[in-house]
Design a binder for this molecule. Structure first.
Ligand code: NAD
Length: 428
């Protein structure tokens, strides 16, 4: 731990002290879920299964998600949570100890900051923000209010990822000069989906929130927002953050690259989305070079793996995957490969349970969580900086002390964006 980290940790520990003293008496935490869609309900179900929660409220702008979610929680727990359309109202009426934020990416910053300011600790889904300055504002609010913010980058608590990190840290891969991360999905050009009438029970204006308004399109909601740049950041912001976070975590001597370049575009897909279907990004660190690649077509068995990271070292190559665990290919071909299977939980073969347990442990022991907001912010920034480099179509340089693009006013402008009235961009 360097001095900066130590000071920050000490500040957090002393700040959460008063809360911790009372928290030992709290057996169950009053939880509010914002965004009761696919992943939000995965987290909440897992949290309930640990016996640490009392689900007091749910908030969603779509009745088709909110009502079934409330029904299900009532069935599981015997108690119907209060339901809301407006998270501000929820936080002002419910005294939540914990908020889970699982809204689409463009709706992460405002509810997270509102939750923190209402005194809640937050389990925030990745990516932490849609633009870089939103992430800074979340980090600032968390530190100012001394709240713990755990980000959903659960690969940091996943057993095979932890053992891969140990393998790397003990020098078994040697000196690593290059890391390549990639996700290749999909097979064809996709299909165009026309806009349509907003379904009854969905407050589309509120779903759009601070983003530029556009008519409802069923390929955006639910879940499809990932490939629309007004609401998310394509494959980099969805899958990229997991693997770029793993790179920062495994190679933790350098917290951020000094130079970022990216090329790509929409070369193949003809659907209604606008995120790049092809993208390559390069991140230059002092001691190694990292790359990201994705394509949303042409994924098949021609490559050994379509997802993960390769760490290239002087003693061999380690492939860190998801369902396929990790495999080390030694430089000396007479030596045997070493393989470790993945150890994953349900639902969806991820490790929400371990991340939730770590979150509760962090609250109760006044220690930093495994996926603290600062690391989530950095991993998110890897994606967002690459998106800025792609948009301005040139290499950008990063001021690692000021946590900002160096020079280049046009690129700096893209670190935030105008919000639609009446929403206000969070202050830094
Ligand atoms: N960590 C992981 O592995 C992982 C996996 C899946 C999804 N996620 C993240 O979870 C988030 C949600 O993704 P999803 O797939 O569940 O999407 P989803 O569309 O299924 O759910 C999002 C929900 O948020 C609701 N919503 C939108 N605006 C809202 C607002 N202002 N207030 C309250 N509710 C609002 C929507 O109506 C919807 O029900 C995303 O940020 C995604 O990146 C993380």
């Amino acid at each position: 731990m360097n001095r900066r980290e130590f000071v920050r940790k000490a500040a957090l520990v002393s700040a959460v002290g008063p809360f911790i003293r009372t928290s030992h008496r709290i057996q169950r935490y009053r939880v509010g879920l914002i965004g009761s869609g696919w992943w939000g309900m995965n987290i909440l179900r897992t949290a309930i299964s640990t016996g640490t929660t009392d689900t007091v409220a749910l908030c969603d702008v779509d009745d088709a998600h909110l009502q079934p979610a409330a029904d299900e929680i009532e069935l599981i727990t015997g108690k119907r949570p209060a339901i809301y359309r407006d998270y501000e109202e929820l936080f002002s009426e419910q005294n939540c100890d914990i908020a889970i934020i699982a809204t689409p990416d463009h709706w992460h910053a405002l509810p997270t900051i509102a939750a923190i300011n209402a005194g809640a600790h937050v389990y925030l889904e990745k990516p932490v923000s849609h633009t870089i300055d939103e992430g800074k504002a979340i980090l600032r609010a968390a530190r100012l209010q001394d709240r713990i913010v755990q980000v959903g980058t659960h690969r940091r608590v996943s057993p095979h990822n932890i053992s891969a990190r140990e393998f790397i840290k003990t020098g078994k891969v040697g000196d690593i000069g290059m890391v390549r991360a990639f996700v290749h999905y999909g097979g064809n050009r996709g299909e165009f989906t026309p806009d349509s009438v907003t379904p009854e029970g969905l407050d589309w204006d509120r779903w759009i929130g601070p983003a530029p308004y556009r008519p409802f399109n069923p390929s955006i909601h639910p879940r499809g927002f990932r490939q629309y740049l007004d609401f998310a950041n394509g494959q980099l912001g969805d899958w990229g953050i997991h693997w770029l976070d793993q790179i920062l975590w495994m190679m933790d001597e350098e917290p951020f690259p000094h130079t970022i370049t990216s090329t790509g575009g929409r070369h193949i897909r003809e659907d209604s989305t606008d995120a790049p279907d092809t993208q390559v990004a390069t991140f230059a660190f002092e001691k190694y070079t990292a790359t990201w690649e994705h394509r949303l077509y042409g994924a098949n068995n021609s490559e050994k793996s379509s997802i993960g990271c390769y760490f290239y070292g002087t003693r061999g190559v380690l492939h860190l995957g998801w369902l396929d665990g990790w495999t080390f290919y030694p430089g000396n071909s007479r030596d045997s490969t070493i393989h470790e299977k993945a150890s994953l939980d349900q639902p969806d073969s991820q490790n929400i349970r371990a991340l939730w347990d770590d979150f509760i442990h962090s609250i109760e022991s006044s220690s930093m969580p495994a996926c603290d907001i600062e690391s989530g912010h950095r991993a998110t920034n890897m994606c967002l900086a690459a998106m800025i480099a792609l948009k301005v179509n040139r290499t950008i340089h990063w001021d690692r002390d000021q946590d900002t693009v160096l020079g280049d006013p046009a690129a700096q402008t893209l670190m935030r964006r105008p919000y639609r009235v009446p929403w206000a961009y969070p202050s830094l």
